[in-house]
Design a protein around this ligand. Structure first.
Ligand SMILES: *Cc1c(COP(=O)(O)O)cnc(C)c1O
Length: 355
């Protein structure tokens, strides 16, 4: 069956049959989902794998996977009559919420931890026209405030504690099974508030039940060492890491993450900021994939397991959750660029290049 290239795209169109939609759910879209799955060109062997694939969630309309869940959460909020939405955010949830709110004519309120949101994400929330409140505190404090505010006022909460977010995000697992023809043996994923690892596990479990896959992947979650409550087993009061998207001390989907780990025979481990930034540089320099630091945690984790002799072939998918352009400050701090000035002449450029 061929679909017209003009047919509407997006999660609510492609995956309607696996989502809790009704005839009254508005079919909104920014063209989210259906992201590329790209085979590794360089790091596969270094990770000790037969096959390594990257799911480019950075290709979503606001540059992160958050759009998959946000489109469902916003559509269901509209269905129930909401005129306003709110979220706490380390940056990408607010960028996504603000975009869909702008698209749908809703008010959008975002609570962000003061001074800790990457510049590109802040620019998005501003450009889409959301009302931004900077909290004197971290993400966990902002989420507590957002929960109480939305219980008290007629505003829909669109954090991943909203079950429609998880429903939308699970569609990435369906896409992986559809593209590969089965689930991979391993799924490597960064873990912050733990909604996404919960959503992928739900998606893979449903695919197996529906006969769309024969395998359950081992779920390999990676937290930043300075924000690794799921590794230590206790909340972290002052989480810290260069990977601001996973700078979370008390994940809302704690039990979902532990369930995914244990039911899949996987693990949740910590990677240091140095390991994250090494993977960040390798992804850009060897694979041509410029991702934000949090996304590099999935590859940092695979490299770490490989160095410990704990990967033995097989097929893995690493989720690259967000675009490198979102955090230009970390990018510039990573490199001392070798840039030479030249006159705008052939001779000048030849001299500069030493030709
Ligand atoms: C939100 C986010 C994460 C973490 O996802 P959780 O569902 O909070 O675990 C990782 N990377 C990026 C780029 C994100 O925006």
């Amino acid at each position: 069956m061929s679909t017209s290239p003009l047919a509407p795209r997006g999660v609510l169109y492609h995956w309607a049959e696996v989502l809790p939609l009704t005839g009254q759910t508005p079919r909104i879209t920014l063209g989210e989902g259906d992201t590329p799955l790209v085979r590794s060109a360089a790091l596969e062997g270094q990770c000790g794998l037969d096959e390594l694939w990257f799911k480019l969630e950075s290709c979503n309309p606001t540059g992160s996977f958050k759009d998959r869940g946000m489109v469902v959460a916003v559509a269901k909020a509209m269905e129930s009559g909401a005129r306003a939405i709110m979220c706490a955010s380390t940056g990408n949830t607010s960028a996504s919420a603000a975009a869909y709110a702008a698209r749908c004519g809703l008010e959008c309120y975002v609570l962000v931890p003061g001074g800790r949101v990457a510049a590109g994400k802040m620019a998005q929330a501003i450009a889409y026209g959301s009302r931004i409140i900077e909290i004197d505190g971290n993400f966990d404090d902002a989420l507590n405030a957002a929960r109480e505010l939305t219980a008290k006022h007629p505003v829909a909460l669109v954090n991943s504690v909203n079950p429609y977010r998880i429903q939308g995000q699970k569609t990435a697992a369906y896409e992986i099974c559809e593209t590969l023809g089965d689930a991979p043996g391993m799924l490597a994923i960064p873990v912050g508030n733990a909604g996404n690892i919960t959503a992928y596990w739900k998606g893979f479990s449903e695919c197996a039940e529906k006969g769309l896959s024969t395998l359950h992947p081992r779920m390999l979650g990676f937290q930043a060492a300075g924000a690794a409550p799921l590794v230590s087993g206790i909340p972290v009061l002052e989480p810290n890491t260069v990977a601001t998207a996973i700078r979370i001390g008390n994940p809302a989907s704690w039990s979902g993450a532990i369930g995914a780990r244990d039911e899949s025979g996987g693990s949740i481990e910590a990677v240091t900021d140095e390991e994250i930034l090494e993977a960040y540089r390798l992804l850009a320099a060897k694979e041509g994939l410029f991702v934000e630091p949090a996304s590099a945690a999935s590859v940092a984790g695979l490299l770490k397991l490989a160095r410990a002799g704990r990967t033995r072939g097989g097929r893995a998918v690493a989720i690259l959750t967000g675009n490198g352009l979102k955090d230009p400050d970390t990018a510039t701090a990573q490199y001392t660029p070798d840039i030479t000035r030249s006159a705008a002449t052939v001779e000048g450029v030849e001299r500069a290049l030493g030709w």
